[in-house]
Design a protein around this ligand. Structure first.
Ligand SMILES: Nc1ncnc2c1ncn2[C@@H]1O[C@H](COP(=O)(O)OP(=O)(O)OP(=O)(O)O)[C@@H](O)[C@H]1O
Length: 602
């Protein structure tokens, strides 16, 4: 019920005028068939009983019947148009609400929660359409009820027991359809995971990123088999439901048709005995058919809205969900960094079920210093920088920006003071200039874009692209029709990385610069060039760098060696080398590799 009320509320806010129009049109659609049935009965009676001088009465009745026919013919189209308009407007508002809600998730936690993600996907798929469909289904049910009452009232005028018999005869159909609606919803819910798995395999088989491995490993057939097996499970589930539907609907339909047949038989006998008129027989037949079709339509709409309401629940769950990070009611402003950033005994895990990713990490990076994070895969380096950007909140301890806990600050303001190149940076299916401009919207002038691109070493290859900075970097979108489509260009991994660096450069004078493997996709010369550029750019800024190529971190003011979520060594390159600990072992191993000496196994 709450779902229906929320859907109605949303519809009312999105399309008041059109909803009112739809209500009126639906009521008219309910009344016109009843009116037509009565006009037909009256016309038949006049023609049958008043042979002389009946023309005066026949013409107005015939004209009224014709008018009702015209209105009845036009109404479905008008209802359809108004319904679509309501659905479009509600769909737009629902989509805005959904994405406003996702905009409230300022961290990453929600987007990593599989249960929530499942909900979000269902809400995205159905949320926009659902409220409109629910409302049009509710109105269709109202229309069917009004129409059925009109016909049942007409039958009562013939004999008091007729509406009772017909209502009872329709009851099994209603009961069966309600039961089936529940079974359909159950089946849909049960098959949900199987459908999503099948979708995953379907997508994978045509995914460009996966194509290389699928071809090289020859796993296309294996994935196709898995997809087919999931499809078979879905088909089996649906076929079972269809068989139930066939049986239940046939039994209910048999009972309904039997009752209808008996009432028609009674009418025929009564008319033969002169107890009712021929017009009454036509009224009875039309009313019985009318009640039955109204009942069937109502059930169809109930089943449709039942399913949509289930989907709407997911939409509501997303729209009503709380922000993922506890936001301070009156956040402190984030002033330019003066002293530095401190991690004070930070403990963090991605969820209570998972092990600690950071265990009591403490360090201070002073303003203008460069901090290098070193460690094996999975040690916790990227977690440090995600916490620094407040993508999550720490579980214990605190992160302080000039002594103020970042949980007391507005995350958006904090991020405005930060520039970053992430390990898994984004490749936007947009033009080159848009890819760079996203680093500092609005206000990214073409001159600034070109300057950032030149600084990141991207300008030379960009000028060779067919549309230079306007070249679309996409295989998804096309400009124009198919024949003359301006095809998107695909860049190499290193070229994309340079654009990501240009995006960070465009952010200009940010206080904190985060670079997570900024040169991993670059060739050796390019890496050296990029590092020179980054060193220039970092001047006077506080930077946090992560790299597995330890040579690129040599100049850092302080290096932290992280292992299993703990800082196990700290100091400058020289200090750590002198200490002959973990860092020096890693550094020596890499250096030997560059010098071509055999690796030492420890
Ligand atoms: N989003 C996440 N959800 C759950 N666990 C995560 C998530 N991201 C990282 N982890 C886990 O946290 C630990 C630290 O990961 P992190 O990405 O910080 O390592 P890293 O040192 O940056 O590794 P790499 O050098 O491979 O990038 C790992 O055990 C990892 O499995």
């Amino acid at each position: 019920m709450r779902g229906i009320l929320r859907a109605l509320g949303l519809t009312w806010r999105a399309a008041r005028k059109h909803t009112c129009t739809l209500v009126v049109l639906n009521l008219l659609s309910a009344l016109v068939p009843v009116l037509t049935t009565w006009l037909t009965k009256l016309l038949i009676d006049v023609v049958a009983h008043e042979r002389d001088g009946s023309v005066d009465r026949v013409v107005p009745l015939g004209a009224a019947l014709a008018a009702a026919g015209v209105v009845g013919g036009l109404l479905p189209h008008s209802v359809q148009y108004a319904t679509k308009e309501v659905e479009r407007r509600v769909g737009l508002l629902a989509q805005q609400r959904l994405y406003e809600a996702t905009g409230r998730f300022v961290g990453l936690g929600r987007l990593e929660d599989p249960v929530f993600l499942d909900r979000l996907r269902l809400a995205q798929q159905h949320g926009g359409a659902t409220p409109g469909v629910v409302v049009s289904a509710v109105l269709s049910v109202v229309r069917a009820v009004v129409m059925a009452l009109g016909f049942l009232g007409s039958l009562a005028l013939l004999a008091w027991w007729l509406p009772v018999v017909i209502a009872v005869s329709v009851a099994p159909v209603l009961a069966v359809e309600l039961w089936l609606a529940k079974r359909r919803a159950e089946t849909h819910w049960r098959l949900g995971p199987t459908e999503r798995r099948e979708f995953f395999y379907r997508e994978l088989l045509t995914n460009l990123q996966a194509a290389k491995e699928i071809r090289l490993f020859g796993i296309g057939g294996h994935l196709r088999d898995r997809m087919t097996s999931e499809r078979r499970k879905i088909n089996d589930g649906r076929a079972r439901l269809d068989r139930r539907e066939l049986l239940a609907q046939s039994l209910a339909g048999f009972a309904t048709a039997g009752c209808a047949g008996l009432t028609v038989l009674w009418a025929a006998v009564a008319a033969a005995e002169g107890r009712i008129s021929i017009g009454d027989v036509s009224l009875l037949i039309a009313s019985v058919v009318g009640v039955q079709s109204a009942g069937a339509g109502m059930m169809r709409d109930i089943a449709r809205s039942h399913h949509q309401l289930l989907m709407f629940r997911h939409f509501l769950a997303v729209v009503d969900s709380e922000p993922d990070l506890a936001l301070h009611p009156s956040p402190a402003s984030v002033p330019p960094l003066v002293r530095g950033i401190e991690f004070r005994d930070v403990w963090f895990r991605y969820s209570p079920e998972q092990p600690w990713a950071l265990r009591g990490v403490s360090f201070t990076v002073h303003r203008g210093q460069v901090l290098g994070l070193v460690g094996r895969n999975g040690a916790g380096k990227s977690t440090v920088i995600k916490l620094l950007c407040r993508m999550y909140d720490v579980e214990r301890g605190a992160i302080l920006w000039d002594g103020v806990d970042i949980r007391e600050m507005d995350p958006a303001q904090l991020r405005r003071r930060t520039g970053a190149v992430f390990q898994d940076f984004m490749k936007y299916d947009l033009t080159v200039s848009e890819n760079i401009a996203l680093g500092d919207l609005p206000g990214a002038s073409p001159e600034r874009i070109t300057a950032a691109s030149a600084e990141a070493g991207a300008h030379s290859f960009v000028t060779e692209l067919p549309g230079r900075y306007d070249t679309l970097l996409s295989r998804i979108f096309f400009h124009g029709d198919d024949a003359q489509a301006t095809r998107g260009v695909t860049l190499s991994g290193g070229q994309w990385q340079r654009l990501a660096i240009a995006r960070a450069y465009l952010r200009g004078d940010r206080d904190l610069l985060i670079l997570d493997e900024p040169s991993s996709g670059l060739d050796a010369e390019a890496e050296a060039e990029i590092h020179q550029g980054l060193t220039r750019y970092r001047q006077g800024r506080t930077s946090v760098l992560i790299s597995h190529r330890l040579g690129s971190l040599r100049a850092a003011d302080m290096l932290l060696v992280i292992e299993d979520g703990r800082v196990i060594e700290r100091g400058s390159h020289e200090q750590l080398m002198a200490k002959a600990g973990r860092y020096s072992v890693m550094f020596e191993a890499q250096a030997r590799g560059y010098r071509g000496e055999p690796a030492e196994v420890r």
